[in-house]
Design a protein around this ligand. Structure first.
Ligand SMILES: NC(=O)N[C@@H](CC(=O)O)C(=O)O
Ligand SMILES: [Zn+2]
Ligand SMILES: [Zn+2]
Length: 347
């Protein structure tokens, strides 16, 4: 019997950390191998705040692409309390940026320059609504009295819903959603609101991170939640609903900075994401929905055409091999372990 294959429009990654310098050069091939485009997060040190920063960073990414790669980075600006609406307008008119990124100050890795109060950025957000520029949101409360597992749900009430009501014309991407609460909120919104879901939040729950020993490579933000939340994410990701699409949040950190007394947040999934997703969609009996989630819903949300080429996935009985770590000149980076055998390879 011949191997089962499926061919889908080439996927894009609508939330990706590529870093810079040696790390960028080391890990970019992992994404460029399978993905056509990616929304590139601006949380460098210092952050990507201006059109000039974004242009220069885009040039460094393009220069780091493997020979012959057609991978296209879609750039974002890091929103701060001091962002000038006219700069954002000019950057969008120049075609340099596809989105603006809102980090609540202190919410996650390299977010110290983030927004301290949404009121401070309303003029920028009003300009974005007017010109049709998308706001990507790391949606977690930064209130220290809120439990880390409740921070996404709290953000809906304190910030996201008031913002949606104040500016319904602003196109928003709620990123790396992790809870049933957020799934339900997205489902309640019928326009200008999409959500990305990561590979790892579809595959692991908080027991996988904490039972039998603490596993730092599963520590990311927003933190992985209870099984019922993972089930809600799997159900909606495989449902075919076009409001939900892939944003891997693949976030490399050199291994010693994760395997530490105070380890960094981020899972590195670029290498095996497509195999992982095919496994999830097969296990949910929804392989026919994979193309929508990975390749079609994202471009539609951003007002872009889907990629014009395809990738083919082949199912094999023996589990596929992938490297445990990626060696870079900035140190080795551990690849996400999905805890189940993967049977789909690209090619
Ligand atoms: N997801 C993470 O755990 N980490 C991201 C930041 C982010 O997306 O919040 C990073 O930059 O390392
Ligand atoms: Zn984030
Ligand atoms: Zn991220």
């Amino acid at each position: 019997m011949s191997d089962q294959t499926i061919t889908i429009t080439r996927p894009d990654d609508w939330h990706l950390h590529l870093r810079d310098g040696d790390m960028l050069r080391g890990i970019l091939p992992e994404t460029a191998r399978h993905f056509g485009r990616a929304i590139i997060m601006p949380n460098l040190i210092p952050p990507v705040v201006s059109a000039d920063d974004a242009r220069a960073y885009r040039d460094r990414i393009l220069a780091a692409r493997p020979e012959g790669s057609g991978f296209t980075p879609l750039m974002t600006l890091y929103l701060t309390d001091r962002t000038d609406p006219s700069d954002v307008r000019a950057a969008f008119a120049d075609g340099v940026v596809n989105a603006v990124k809102y980090y609540p100050a202190g919410a996650t890795t390299n977010s110290d320059s983030g927004v301290t109060d949404i009121k401070n950025v309303m003029p920028v957000l009003e300009t974005m609504a007017e010109i049709g520029l998308t706001l990507c949101i790391h949606g977690e409360s930064t209130d220290h009295s809120v439990d880390i597992f409740d921070r996404e749900a709290a953000f809906i009430d304190t910030t996201l819903d008031p913002l949606r009501r104040a500016l319904p014309e602003l196109n928003i991407t709620s990123e790396h959603i992790t809870t049933k609460n957020m799934v339900d909120y997205v489902l309640s919104q019928d326009k200008n609101h999409g959500a990305t879901i990561t590979t790892h939040h579809l595959m692991i729950n908080r027991n996988d991170m904490l039972v039998g020993g603490i596993r730092p490579h599963y520590y990311c933000l927003p933190i992985v939640k209870r099984e019922e939340h993972r089930q809600a994410l799997r159900a909606v990701a495989t449902s075919g609903d076009s409001r939900f699409f892939l944003g891997t949040d693949s976030a490399p950190h050199a291994d010693p900075t994760k395997e530490a007394a105070c380890g960094c947040a981020g899972c590195f999934t670029a290498t095996n994401t497509i195999s992982c997703l095919a496994q999830v969609f097969e296990d949910e009996g929804a392989l026919d929905k994979l193309e929508g989630f990975a390749s079609l819903h994202g471009p539609a949300h951003y007002g872009l055409p889907a990629n014009s080429d395809t990738i083919t996935l082949t199912r094999q009985d023996t589990p596929v091999d992938y490297p445990e770590t990626i060696a870079t000149d900035a140190g080795s980076v551990t690849v996400f372990n999905p805890l189940v055998p993967l049977h789909w390879r690209v090619g």
